[in-house]
Design a binder for this molecule. Structure first.
Ligand code: HEM
Length: 140
């Protein structure tokens, strides 16, 4: 009854609210058997349970890709337009969140690079010494 959700102090600090009709990796993983088989193709989640036995490429490959991102496998086969036209019927919704369980891909800008605005501090004295030596050599 009480509809007092004005400025609710949500204690959900980490996770943003998942939009309705979207499916997360966790949900996808829960449907990884032939009893209930979901797969992710091009950021969309499909329920392919009823299609497993009808799949011209066999059920094994489908089960292998169950509950995960099957985009690469699907594209590697070079499925026909006919195959792609079957997809909308099995569509559940959009994918939500990260596809992989957070792979650490932090690019720590390595020192030593002369990239814009950041060269090692020792370059300055070395350059000065080199300049000084060059000056001496040419004047000698
Ligand atoms: C819902 C998703 C999928 C649909 C609707 C689908 C549909 C089809 C269809 C219609 C074919 C017949 C050939 C064609 O028209 O391209 C086929 C063949 C095949 N599919 Fe799928 N497929 C799906 C997912 C997958 C996945 C995830 C794999 C994993 C590798 C896969 C592997 C194959 C293979 C190996 C063939 C046999 C190709 C051949 O013998 O020439 N399919 N699929």
């Amino acid at each position: 009854m009480a509809e007092a959700s004005s400025s609710s102090t949500t204690t959900q600090s980490e996770k943003p609210v998942q939009p309705e009709g979207t499916y997360s990796l966790e949900q996808l993983k829960e449907h990884g058997t032939r009893e209930s088989l979901w797969m992710l193709l091009h950021d969309k989640v499909y329920d392919v349970t009823a299609f497993i036995d009808e799949h011209p490429g066999g059920d094994e490959v489908m089960i292998e890709e169950a509950g995960r991102d099957a985009t690469e496998a699907f594209e590697d086969v070079g499925h026909s337009d006919e195959a792609r036209d079957m997809l909308p019927k099995m569509l559940l919704g959009d994918f939500y969140g990260e596809k992989k369980s957070k792979t650490k891909k932090s690019f720590s800008s390595n020192d030593g690079s002369t990239s814009s605005g950041g060269f090692p501090i020792w370059v300055v004295p070395v350059a000065l010494i080199a300049a000084f030596l060059a000056w001496r050599v040419f004047l000698a």
